[in-house]
Design a protein around this ligand. Structure first.
Ligand SMILES: *Cc1c(COP(=O)(O)O)cnc(C)c1O
Length: 419
């Protein structure tokens, strides 16, 4: 069973100060999880998690993660600017972008960020843009084909299609990029790859690590490049559904260590730092979208209308993603009513749940929509003039702090030209 990280009583108090809907984040959970991740990779001397800013671009969240020793992974000018304002600089910033504008390479270089090149042509583009090649540089690899793990009767545990993904360089291209970068003055090289998203398997990172470690050994031989870091990127998932098993980060870290001992150490590459760029794993479970039931509608189906909508959480509408829902105060009641839980957008896809079994819901009930801490508020938009909600932090001491105010009509009108 999925349990909210707040009680009904706590939420009733919180909603006296902050009107629904809002995203609520659990500082304690965020910190504990970040520490568990760090411990899982403590065997690797240079290990760093670069939090994927796009998942939860909130300065207070970034500052918490900074205190826990994380860097940031940025992919745009705004994310770089936010990271700089939060005090990140130099080696603490990874810039993993694609289809990158020249100005953003310039900004990343100025901040001393580690630039991760998505394409072979970006070698010359970067050289032309900056007039030099940074001493430390990374290239993104895409092995093509299909990436599969753990076949069973139910299918594959993990399956994704790198061959269809727009990211990264082919095997011959990455060797060519290394050779050219070396000619242009690069001295420290990294490899990056992101082969599957939201994986629920302790084998994803170890399997990816094996591919990248093997590649590192080959590239070192072929190009003479000094490889100092390998970036496993994001993709470690979380159990959105209550019946799914969670990943065990300690087991994942140990799996990567074994691959490291088997492949890199015998090749004399025992000083390579491991990097990760986790977003979802770092934040998703530690965010709730809190919303109130406004209406009930009985037509061809039973509808529960809430005061949040897809502007606050887009994943169900665009991917059909499952987000668990708890009707607060009714956790022990039987789930014997079937509902569509909807927002107010003039879009039929604006449903947080379809045919969901829940306890009998009443107008005024508070609902917690789970696992909205990553790719939740961040993906918000303003369609239909429904504005993005506030973000509230549930601090370790149980107090709450507003960490982003809700948008107002003035925000919405601010970019319009009125006459
Ligand atoms: C989105 C993204 C991540 C984070 O992915 P998660 O699924 O949230 O872990 C990391 N690196 C890059 C380059 C990304 O685009």
């Amino acid at each position: 069973m999925k349990k909210p990280f707040v009680t009904l009583e706590q939420l009733q108090t919180i909603t006296e100060t902050y009107p629904t809907p809002f995203h609520l984040y659990d500082e304690k959970g965020i910190r504990e999880n970040a520490r568990a991740l760090k411990a899982a990779f403590a065997w690797n001397k240079g290990y760093t998690e670069y939090f994927a800013v796009k998942a939860t671009p909130n300065p207070q969240i970034l500052k918490i993660l900074k205190e826990e020793g994380c860097g940031v992974d940025c992919s745009s000018a705004c994310e770089l600017m936010m990271s700089e304002r939060c005090g990140f600089s130099g080696d603490e910033i990874m810039f993993s972008s694609n289809d990158t504008p020249a100005e953003e390479f310039e900004m990343a270089a100025k901040l001393g960020a580690t630039i991760n090149l998505d394409d072979l042509t970006h070698v010359e583009f970067l050289h032309k843009t900056l007039g030099y090649i940074p001493k430390k540089i990374s290239c993104r690899f895409n092995p093509g084909g299909v990436f599969q793990l753990g076949e069973s009767k139910e299918g594959f545990q993990v399956m994704d299609n790198p061959g269809d993904a727009k990211y990264g360089m082919t095997r011959p291209q990455i060797a060519e990029a290394y050779t050219r970068l070396k000619e242009l003055g690069a001295e420290e090289f990294g490899i990056h790859a992101f082969l599957a998203s939201n994986t629920l398997s302790n084998d994803y990172y170890p399997a990816l690590a094996r591919i990248l470690f093997q590649l590192a050994v080959e590239l070192k031989e072929e190009t003479g490049a000094h490889i100092t870091f390998i970036n496993l990127s994001g993709g470690v998932g979380i159990p959105y559904r209550p019946e799914q098993p969670a990943n065990d980060i300690a087991v994942i870290g140990e799996g990567v260590r074994k691959a490291y001992e088997e492949i890199l150490v015998p090749a004399g590459m025992d000083d390579v730092a491991i990097c990760t760029e986790l977003g979802r794993f770092m934040l998703a479970p530690y965010g709730h979208l809190v919303t109130k039931v406004l209406h009930q509608k009985h037509t061809y189906k039973e509808y529960v209308g809430v005061d949040a909508c897809a502007s606050n959480l887009m994943r169900p509408a665009i991917y059909g993603a499952y987000h668990h829902i708890t009707v607060m105060g009714k956790e022990d009641q039987p789930c014997d009513h079937k509902y569509d839980v909807t927002g107010s957008l003039c879009e039929n896809s604006d449903k947080f749940a379809i045919d969901r079994m829940l306890p009998e819901v009443e107008i005024g009930d508070l609902l917690v929509i789970h696992d909205t801490g990553a790719h939740g508020h961040a993906m918000g938009y303003q369609y239909n003039g429904r504005l993005r909600s506030a973000e509230v932090l549930l601090c370790e001491d149980g107090s709450t702090r507003l960490i982003r105010r809700a948008e107002t009509p003035e925000d919405y009108f601010a970019t319009a030209i009125w006459d």
